[in-house]
Design a protein around this ligand. Structure first.
Ligand code: ADE
Length: 222
């Protein structure tokens, strides 16, 4: 999979070199391209934003700069993802869908967002365009939201996780976010013992216990 991100802060994407994502890139399963929006600025001040038509606070990112950055990236294989708190909420099923895509392009807006004609233009050219939010809170921009999405999506691509069984187990657990509590050595820590059932070796009973615990935990965190 190819993943491109367009941003005025390319440094935000340094973590892509680490851990799982770094390894996925080294092994050639994913390829990341980070593009500095400012390098597509058209005036001498490298300006990327301007005041909103109709008035109001804040600045809006200018469409011409975005068009110049996105045109060379977009093809029939591309899904354009525009990060905005007004977008559709990102969740595990959405991550699973995007993990089957061949090319994702993340447009990281700052300020009050990107001139809406950018979205309209790529839609009118029959591109797949998605406005996505990672949750009901407002971030300073789409960079961290892109990283969240990239990590959740990339780990679902076959070959990225060292142990594919953990994925199989996750999807078995209702879309992957129902998780039972986990324990490791020592058997007793600060007077808290590991639940007896986990030491029993009875895999059927352990599976039942874990399922019940996962439901209990999900209820508590509602
Ligand atoms: N940009 C600002 N806040 C955001 C959010 N919650 N999700 C995606 N992009 C954003």
């Amino acid at each position: 999979m190819k993943i491109d991100a367009v941003t005025i802060f390319p440094e935000y994407f340094a973590p892509l070199k680490l851990s799982l994502l770094g390894k996925a890139q080294e092994s050639g399963i994913v390829e990341f391209g980070i593009h500095d929006l400012r390098s597509f600025a058209t005036n001498v001040h490298n300006q990327v934003d301007d005041t909103p038509y109709g008035g109001g606070a804040g600045m809006v990112m200018m469409p011409e700069v975005w068009g110049k950055a996105l045109d060379p990236l977009m093809s029939a294989q591309s899904d354009l993802i525009i990060l905005t708190p007004a977008g559709r909420r990102f969740d595990q099923p959405m991550a699973a869908k995007f993990s089957k895509a061949s090319h994702l392009v993340f447009a990281c807006g700052r300020y009050e967002g990107i001139d809406d004609r950018v979205r309209q233009h790529y839609l009118s050219k029959n591109h797949r365009v998605h406005e996505v939010s990672i949750g009901d809170y407002v971030l300073g921009g789409g960079e961290v939201a892109s990283l969240v999405m990239i990590e959740a999506i990339t780990r679902l691509i076959p070959g990225v996780l060292g142990n594919p069984e953990s994925l199989a187990e996750e999807s078995h657990n209702q879309e992957g976010y129902l998780e039972y509590p986990s324990f490791t050595k020592p058997q007793n820590w600060r007077d808290i013992p590991v639940p007896e059932i986990l030491l029993s070796g009875n895999h059927g009973e352990i599976a039942k216990w874990r399922a019940a615990q996962a439901i209990e935990r999900a209820k508590e965190n509602l």
